[in-house]
Design a protein around this ligand. Structure first.
Ligand SMILES: Cc1cc2nc3c(=O)[nH]c(=O)nc-3n(C[C@H](O)[C@H](O)[C@H](O)COP(=O)(O)OP(=O)(O)OC[C@H]3O[C@@H](n4cnc5c(N)ncnc54)[C@H](O)[C@@H]3O)c2cc1C
Length: 396
């Protein structure tokens, strides 16, 4: 398909944020173009797919009006469901809490969300790279060759290296600890716990982060490491750490014995919080592009969709003359700004403890399961904050 020359709203990126934005904007009768450089949406996979159930998400971001597409996830997009989250400390002790969640198949889920946007009336253009952003004029490069398209509003939902964000100076903090590298394998031939998602800590295996094992049902699993390059040992890369975890971790390597690796994936995780500005008079950014992620666990599917919904709705409101586009900034910060900010603060406290296996083990020992759940939800109860600060003092 060759795109029209102009649209009311152009959304760059058909991940969870972009497709949600396009759907909500198109439902309001606006002409919407949704563009993605991927030829096959959701591929390559760049996600563990862990997504808590709708009821838990209402606790995670209690002030957010969640998109209905988070409530109505087709069964075909779900590998399996889990009911427990377990933390394994460097010493091997473990602790956890109940949480109902799905392991989503992002290859299918991303396509499903884009189809929902199409059904609402958005034009969808895959295999099309946005190579230049000049105000509200975009240069597209796709199967049709180069094409210039104009929008009244541009929504950048183009991930952590957002071209739209960069062109508009909407940049996240340059702190090297503010970006995580995630490296994952889909594996088969393993007998992992199908009820529990596991998170492993330990500076030698996962510097500045954690490793996960997420069952995908039957004998398959997604395993990965989310770590920070600033804390890597010399001559070690993310893949080396995942291999070390898979083959040498005293607990995990036994569970994962005999694994066949069927897919390899890497991506960036923006854990440094949102840029100061996420809206101008004609452009918005949402999802990973806007740091809409819970920094303590790197989970961003649901928050990206909340950001996308608000971007699509605000763009439509603006074009109906109801508000300035900058209203978006206020809306998303009211709905989930506190959780995103608190999670960054908690992540910074944990970063220091992660330098020492002894202190990280002590932290997992002192934090109750309920409080662990709260931290995962972007909250930091005062008692936990004090305990973590005390441990941090132990570090100095
Ligand atoms: C390895 C890994 C594991 C993860 N595991 C989890 C997890 O288990 N649970 C969870 O909640 N979160 C997880 N996350 C985070 C989660 O994947 C993201 O927060 C989420 O995908 C953000 O959605 P988004 O729509 O903002 O961005 P994305 O999903 O990154 O989508 C952005 C889209 O923009 C397109 N794009 C980029 N630039 C251009 C351009 N110039 N032109 C056209 N298209 C463009 C890309 O092709 C892409 O499709 C993980 C991340 C990684 C890297």
């Amino acid at each position: 398909m060759t795109p029209e020359d102009s649209y009311d709203i152009i959304v760059v990126g058909a991940g969870p944020a972009g497709s949600t934005a396009a759907m909500y904007a198109a439902e309001r009768g606006r002409s919407v173009l949704l563009v993605d450089k991927k030829k096959d949406l959701g591929v390559p996979l760049q996600c563990g797919g862990f997504l808590p159930h709708y009821e838990t998400l209402t606790e995670l971001v209690p002030n957010a009006e969640l998109p209905y597409t988070l409530e109505e996830i087709p069964k075909s997009c779900i590998h399996t469901s889990t009911s427990y989250q377990r933390f394994i400390a460097p010493s091997g002790i473990s602790k956890g809490f109940h949480v109902n969640a799905d392991a989503i198949d992002r290859r299918r889920f991303d396509k499903h969300l884009a189809k929902m946007a199409g059904k609402a009336g958005a034009d969808l253009l895959v295999g099309t790279n946005v190579t230049e952003v000049n105000g509200t004029e975009l240069v597209l490069d796709g199967a049709f060759g180069e094409h210039i398209v104009r929008g009244k509003v541009i929504i950048g939902a183009d991930g952590p290296n957002s071209t739209v964000g960069r062109a508009n100076n909407m940049l996240r903090d340059a702190d090297p600890m503010g970006t995580g590298t995630a490296f994952e394998y889909e594996i088969s031939g393993v007998d992992v716990d199908r009820e529990a998602v596991e998170m492993y800590f330990g500076k030698d295996y996962v510097p500045g982060g954690y490793a996960w094992i997420i069952s995908q049902g039957e004998d398959s699993a997604n395993i990965g490491v989310g770590i920070r390059e600033a804390m890597f040992e010399e001559r070690m890369g993310a893949r080396d750490y995942l291999n070390r975890f898979l083959y040498e971790h005293p607990i995990a390597s036994k569970k994962l014995e005999g694994a066949s690796i069927v897919s390899v994936v890497a991506g960036l995780v923006p854990v440094g919080g949102a840029p100061k500005v996420t809206a101008t008079k004609d452009t918005l950014i949402a999802g990973d592009a806007a740091g809409h992620i819970i920094a303590t666990n790197g989970g961003g599917i649901s928050t990206a969709m909340v950001g996308g919904k608000l971007a699509g709705q605000t763009a439509a409101d603006h074009l109906e003359g109801k508000c300035d586009l900058t209203e978006y900034e206020k809306r998303w910060r009211e709905q989930m700004g506190l959780e995103i900010k608190t999670a960054v603060y908690a992540r910074k406290l944990m970063d220091k403890l992660m330098l020492s296996d002894k202190l990280m083990t002590a932290a997992i020992k002192v934090i109750s399961p309920e409080h662990m759940k709260a931290i995962q939800c972007g909250q930091l109860p005062e008692t936990v904050r004090k305990s973590l600060l005390k441990l941090n003092i132990g570090l100095n």
